[in-house]
Ligand binder design. Structure first.
Ligand code: DSN
Length: 415
């Protein structure tokens, strides 16, 4: 970054500090990951300079012959990776992808049935705080209070009573497998569209480690930077009969010029996600999350739903008498990064809820395996049970240093 160093030392310094923070900490935020150097290189290119409103061979600007090739590579790879009939690779983010899908499938005032935010759903699925709740009538399903897994009977009852035009499956803080086929059957019964938002589990899905949403949903949205390990962005996957509607909804519906440097980076990500190594890493992600969950459970830490089937774990902190924010802050002091999260039936507010969400995706990318997950799980359990013990925090910092030295990430990036 020789130009940035000279032109803007302030921003350069902050980038270096953030690089070091990522390299010297344990990134356990379930939605984060380390993208590859190849993806990082692609994002920092002149592709960022180009306007390309429209789609390959149908642009509103000249000079797009190479951009068209890049976007076509991205589309074709995405179709192969997701075994999809149609993919729109232009959405900037998961929320943009969801908004475009709603715009394609619904009219203002239509009804959406989605998972409650506090039970694991996502803001863009119709939370009160989101624009979505002002445009559509929202009802929610949730988890069973005993099992803390999706209550499909309740979902069916609400679907039959409300007759929504759209049912959304998918979640942000739900540690168990989602039965997309079952939800699809419910949607078909009431002639509703089914949108599966697989943002968190996309990597697991393409590695065949999670129930498939392909052929079990009309539209699938996903971000590309979580388990999929690509750039910060999203795509929409659809049946071919919805292709035109989806494309029109993305552009000119809700977006202008596509981010072609990010689309190129998504193409690189999709190529990497088709490799045997990627599949193996996704298997390891689940093994790592499972080991972490088992270690926490062995230390009497309560996990929502009693464990995990995925990359994600949700701790219920209520028995420990600390809040999610306290827990996340204490762990961050030891360079262990997690996030506070609402849990099902939480009586605390979203800005200081009763849960702590952990993920194993980034640590797995870094090369950590079960042995290390046991050490990390034991350390987190000790700290959560004794939040004010400085000695334990120092021990945790030492472990983090040892592991990040042993499993370095981004060795080519200067720090
Ligand atoms: N905010 C993301 C997450 O952390 O799960 C979802 O968009």
């Amino acid at each position: 970054m020789k130009n940035l160093t000279k032109i803007d030392p302030e921003i350069y310094q902050e980038i270096i500090k953030e690089t070091n923070r990522q390299k010297n900490g344990l990134i356990m935020i379930a939605s984060e990951n380390f993208t590859s150097e190849a993806v990082l290189e692609t994002m920092a290119t002149v592709l960022s300079n180009k306007y390309a409103e429209g789609y390959p061979d149908k642009r509103y600007y000249t000079g797009n012959q190479f951009i068209d090739n890049i976007e076509t590579y991205c589309i074709e790879r995405a179709k192969k990776l997701f075994q999809a009939e149609h993919v729109n690779v232009q959405p900037h983010s998961g929320t943009s992808a969801n908004l475009a899908a709603y715009f394609a499938l619904l009219k203002p005032g239509d009804k959406i049935l989605s998972m409650d935010l506090s039970h694991g759903g996502h803001l863009s699925h119709g939370s009160k705080a989101s624009l979505v709740s002002q445009l559509y009538q929202i009802s929610h399903y949730g988890v069973d209070p005993k099992t803390e897994t999706i209550d499909y009977d309740q979902l069916t009852k609400i679907a039959l009573a409300e007759k929504p035009q759209l049912i959304i499956s998918g979640a942000s803080s739900y540690p168990r497998q989602i039965d997309f086929a079952k939800i699809n059957q419910i949607a078909q019964k009431i002639k509703a569209y089914h949108l599966a938002d697989i943002a968190h589990i996309a990597g697991l899905c393409v590695a065949n480690l999670h129930h498939s949403a392909i052929n079990n949903a009309d539209v699938i949205t996903t971000t590309t930077h979580k388990t999929l390990r690509g750039p910060r962005s999203a795509v929409i996957i659809a049946k071919s009969e919805l292709a035109q509607k989806i494309d029109k909804a993305v552009f000119p519906g809700i977006q202008g010029g596509p981010l072609e440097h990010i689309i190129a980076a998504k193409a690189v990500c999709f190529k990497q996600a088709m490799s045997a190594k990627f599949k193996k890493d996704q298997q390891q992600t689940i093994k790592n999350a499972t080991t972490l969950a088992q270690t926490l459970l062995a230390n009497n830490i309560r996990l929502v739903s009693g464990g995990t089937d995925t990359h994600l774990i949700l701790i219920d902190l209520r028995p420990l008498k600390i809040t999610g924010k306290q827990a996340a802050d204490i762990l961050a002091k030891a360079n262990i990064y997690t996030n506070f999260n609402v849990i099902p039936f939480d009586d605390q507010p979203a800005n200081n809820p009763s849960g702590l969400r952990l993920g194993a995706a980034a640590l797995t990318t870094q090369g950590l395996k079960e042995t290390e997950m046991q050490l990390i799980g034991q350390t987190i359990a000790d700290i959560l049970k004794n939040p004010n013990t400085e000695n334990l925090q120092n021990k945790a910092k030492e472990l983090v240093e040892e592991l990040t030295n042993k499993f370095p990430i981004y060795q080519e990036l200067s720090c």
